[in-house]
Design a protein around this ligand. Sequence first.
Ligand SMILES: [Mg+2]
Length: 352
Amino acid sequence: MKDLKKQFRGSLLLSAAGDALGYAVEFDRLREIQRMYGPEGIQSYDLSAADHTAVFSDDTQMTLFTAEGLLFAAGRGDRPEKEYVWLAYMDWLTTQFEDAPEPFGQCRLLEERRMRHRRAPGNTCLGALRQGIMGTMEEPINHSKGCGGIMRISPCAMIHSDRTAAAVSAAEASALTHTHPLGYIPSATMAFILNSIFWRDETDMVKIVQDAVSDTEEMFQGEADLPGYIELMKKALRLAENDRPDTENIRILGEGWIADEAMAIAAYCALRHPQDPSGVLRAAVNHDGDSDSTGAIAGAIVGALIGEDAVGNEWKEHLELTDLIGSIADDLYTAVADPERLPAMYRKETAE
Ligand SMILES: [Mg+2]
């Protein structure tokens, strides 16, 4: 039976798992990964020597801060949503620098010491936030199409059941720091994919991705960079049908450092392994490029589809902060199911 709460938890957990699996090899070419972990590449967490945990990176950190920004917006409703998301990112920034400017200071993630690690944060995110100016689709602050926007926006598709609202929310949250059109358009595709899974009960991954691609095409019609991106997504759909190894197919799609390639690689992996949490994560991180981000994005998709119970123990055990991830997922669920019961800190009347 469908259980949306478990789907939210599954999505955030498998995303963090993909991030943690990939973080160990983020900057390694496939050949180096194979040299270190064997011909199949990295298959399970490379646990930290210090405390035997699988640590996640900035991708999951920022995803959780996105969630908190959305929760403040849902609970208080006194500012545009993207402002709260930006304020939450400013809180994330304080976890990365002692001297970060103007923190919001209200995110509960700040209370968790283990959220204060620097795990290869993206320069575009750091630079954009340090400027202290919100990027928007209308008023660009840079020309970045890095994957630092798309890697963090899955909560937008949880808190918004409306398909268009989810896509706009995801694109706006990405454009806060990445204002090249290809820095935020793929985020809309990701939101459409998750919307089909969460809110349309769609389970056929081919249809899910096809619908997301055509809705993206419609939403951003006339955008100069759109046709090339749409073609890349269609290539991902085609490659998923052949019987060649994932590593060969992914190489054709790119390396995932930029958002359009990250979306295409993650969609490809989800198409190939829609019901297999281990298969999708292993495919998504064993390549030449940005392994933790493609792992996080692909994990968010398949985790949403299979739900928390089907995310094997193999991926839950040793993963750091699973309780915190689960409780953020539950708050997102509360925000849509019963907003009156959101924790008091997110609601306006107790903000003082
Ligand atoms: Mg990362």
